[in-house]
Design a protein. Structure first.
Length: 760
């Protein structure tokens, strides 16, 4: 176990030279802690938990059935650890001989010590399952191993111990709630007593170590745990002022680790989800105990939860940006994975119930149900209409949605300049895109697969999986051969500081469309690389790339990683159509990109792999194309649904003074997209069209204009089309449609406009 100590010392808190040997004897503090109905108040009292269990049986029987099935499986078939089936829970569970995973990954051996199984079994007991003896035997067996001092796994780190403590606090609550059932004596049972002894020993381990963990989410959890223990288990604490001290430390660390827009300084959705769980629990428990919550904390929590639900969408599908192991902080559902459904329900209950509920089949909603004391927000009578564009510029996330909110493109730009970050859990995903169609993920993140990078710990014929999944070639942006945009990954985790930042150089949105552009600021070859995304709602997304001159044409490639099971059809040298089930998405590449290559489960070259869960590896198509032009400007167009069946060609050109212009040709239909330079009054001219403004989309059929949209525009002129338009002043949003002989502006009047439109 020496290697475990050295490898985890930095990331998982202080690892002692010898295993920690707790004692599990009864104490006065344990005897005092015999219930949850007295002050301080838990998330719910025992009567409320019993009533909630009865409510689940009556109104959500699928929750109860799934929970019982999983609990019995843990006890009769074996405990699952990151997809691997292990031994059955009980007295003989092999705590002392749990094996590591691929690459000698100690997370596998450590995971059972987090006790995520304990709330499941305790809730199953509350539902009436006769599993008390198995849970008690499992805990007794664990205490024997822990007290023997022959393994470091029981007390590997603060992180493991805190997760176990939180899990056991909920197990205790469910067990005490069971006392109120007919036939129960109401006295503290043997299994409750075992839980209390472990909780007490865990506090004794944590008390001198809290605050010494790595200064990312581990330190955030340290301070939250100090507050959680001080509030709910004051009998176990001897230090005066403990609760107030840790509340102050927790709030200070929360402010440091989360940005004003709700995103997190680790740039990992999984670890930001941890922060969401902690902060929501802090607010709920503070209110339950009549403790004030700072206004900024409520605002921050609202933004944090909103960020999560905007990324996951109404289908609560996780977007796994950055590292992730999918271990929940509050293991109150059977999933043990992402908690998007729980986050959505917490947001609805705490801030805005007008959003649609989580899908019926999402098991994570049960996590929020228990955190909220056995109730969820009611379904709204009328759903709130969501905005088509959502912006998180500090963390670097922009969501472009169609009227069907499940069809959306997420543009991950990157951490904003001047903002502190913690690089350890970051992936080289700068300026990447992700696409879902009708709620089905299509262009996806590759995932994590493993945290272990040491080549000598893997079989010699295997690729460097850690470097691949954390590096640029597994992501949906630019990859420059042999160079990681965040710096090479030499160890399991990146260094704290990552020099790369992404400046948002254009950000404009309105009812008719949106445009975001980001530019990398770094000290390597990615510096000044620029990508923009333009959305024309109801039509398509256009993604363009501007490469620095120093990048050679054979070194730069772009990838799109598709979900496992996707089928890629090559329609022409520069067009593909990708189908997943009933959904389709077409991609049209500009001529400065090579004909796309499809990799699926390839080892040479390495590509076409997805890890949807930690430790899971699946082959999935990846489309890769290489830059071959000279001017450094490329683009591709994404269209969904019926539009994905159309044959399209795409042309691009640079306008004067830094503007960009694109022409999309589909038979007689030609669309023009003109993006003005930073100095908007200079305007842009391309293909005989001159536009003064920021963003213009013009559709013509057989050379006749039929529709026009602009953002921040003032004038447009095209002599060849007989088209002229001038606004009395800069106009933020304009939409004109020509039908028959009528010219319609569905978004207002045209007072003061000078218009010449052919046929009207």
């Amino acid at each position: 176990m020496k290697s475990v100590s050295s490898r985890f010392r930095g990331w998982f808190g202080r690892a002692s030279a010898v295993p920690y040997c707790p004692t599990f004897s009864a104490s006065t503090a344990i005897e005092r802690k015999v219930g949850i109905d007295a002050e301080p108040a838990f998330f719910a009292d025992s009567g409320s938990l019993r009533a909630a269990a009865e409510q689940v049986a009556a109104e959500r029987p699928q929750w109860r059935a799934r929970l019982l099935e999983r609990a019995y499986s843990d006890c009769r078939t074996g405990l699952i650890t990151y997809g691997r089936r292990g031994d059955r829970l009980g007295k003989a569970f092999p705590w002392n001989s749990l094996t590591n995973g691929p690459g000698e990954d100690a997370l596998y051996a450590a995971r059972p010590h987090r006790f995520a199984f304990a709330p499941r079994l305790a809730l199953a007991i509350l539902y009436g399952a006769p599993l008390e003896h198995i849970l008690a035997a499992t805990l007794e067996g664990w205490m024997q191993v822990a007290s023997a001092g022959c393994s470091k796994l029981p007390y590997l780190s603060n992180f493991v111990v805190i997760q176990r403590f939180i899990a056991l606090s909920w197990a205790l609550a469910f067990l005490i709630a069971k006392r109120g059932d007919a036939g129960y004596s109401g006295r503290c049972s043997a299994v409750e007593h075992a839980v209390l002894k472990i909780l007490h020993a865990d506090v004794r381990f944590l008390a001198p170590r809290l605050g010494e963990s790595y200064p990312n989410n581990h330190l955030l959890l340290d301070n939250f745990a100090g507050w959680y223990i001080g509030l709910l288990f004051p009998e176990f604490i001897e230090e005066r002022g403990w609760l107030e001290r840790y509340e102050s430390l927790w709030l200070r660390e929360l402010a440091r680790q989360t940005y004003e827009d709700g995103t997190g300084f680790e740039h990992s959705i999984h670890y930001q989800e941890y922060a969401c769980e902690m902060t929501a629990a802090y607010v709920i428990l503070s209110r339950r105990n009549d403790r004030s919550v700072p206004d900024w904390t409520l605002d921050r929590l609202k933004r944090m939860l909103a960020f999560q639900i905007d990324l996951s969408g109404p289908e609560t599908t996780p977007l796994a940006i950055g590292n992730g192991t999918e271990d929940p902080l509050f293991p109150l559902d059977i999933g043990e994975g992402w908690g998007c459904g729980a986050i959505r329900e917490l947001y609805r209950a705490l801030f805005d119930s007008s959003h649609s509920p989580s899908p019926y089949e999402d098991s994570a909603a049960e996590r929020a149900f228990w955190l909220l004391g056995g109730k969820l927000a009611p379904s709204p009578a009328e759903l709130k209409r969501s905005q088509s564009f959502k912006s998180y510029p500090i963390g670097g996330f922009f969501i472009f949605s169609e009227p069907d909110e499940g069809t959306r493109l997420v543009f991950r730009t990157g951490p904003a300049p001047g903002k502190q970050l913690m690089g350890g859990h970051m992936h080289a995903d700068l300026l990447g895109i992700y696409v879902s169609v009708a709620g089905n993920p299509m262009v996806v993140d590759g995932g994590t697969y493993t945290y272990r990078s040491q080549v000598e710990r893997w079989p010699p014929d295997l690729p460097r999986w850690r470097a691949y999944f954390a590096g640029p070639e597994a992501h949906n942006g630019l990859s420059i051969r042999g160079v990681d945009s965040l710096g090479s990954l030499k160890r399991d985790f990146r260094d704290r500081e990552v020099a790369a930042r992404v400046a948002t150089t254009r950000l404009i949105a309105g009812a008719v469309g949106a445009w975001v552009e980001g530019k990398i600021e770094s000290q390597n070859v990615y510096d000044s690389y620029c990508r923009g995304v333009v959305h024309v709602p109801g039509e398509y997304w256009l993604v363009y790339d501007q490469l620095p001159e120093r990048i050679s044409s054979d070194a730069a490639s772009f990838a799109l990683q598709w979900v496992p099971g996707a089928k890629v059809e090559k329609r022409s040298s520069h067009e593909i159509r990708v189908i997943t089930g009933e959904e389709s998405l077409s991609i049209t590449f500009s001529k400065d990109l090579t004909s796309p290559q499809v990799l699926e489960g390839s080892l040479e070259p390495l590509g076409g792999w997805v890890s949807r869960h930690y430790g899971q590896l699946e082959a999935a198509p990846q489309v890769r194309t290489t830059f071959r032009g000279e001017k450094g400007l490329t683009a591709f167009l994404l269209a969904v649904g019926e539009k994905s069946t159309e044959t399209v060609s795409l042309q691009e050109m640079r306008g004067h003074q830094g503007g960009l212009a694109f022409r999309i040709i589909c038979g007689e239909r030609v669309d023009y997209l003109l993006l003005g330079p930073q100095e908007a009054p200079l305007g842009i001219e391309a293909w005989g069209i001159r536009f003064e403004g920021a963003w213009l989309w013009l559709r013509t059929i057989a050379g006749i204009p039929t529709r026009l949209c602009w953002l921040e525009g003032q004038s447009l002129q095209c002599e060849a089309m007989g088209l002229s338009l001038r606004a009395p002043e800069r106009t933020s949003v304009l939409e004109l449609r020509h039908s028959g002989s009528a010219l319609v502006n569905p978004r207002g009047t045209l007072d003061g406009f000078s218009i010449c439109w052919p046929g009207s």
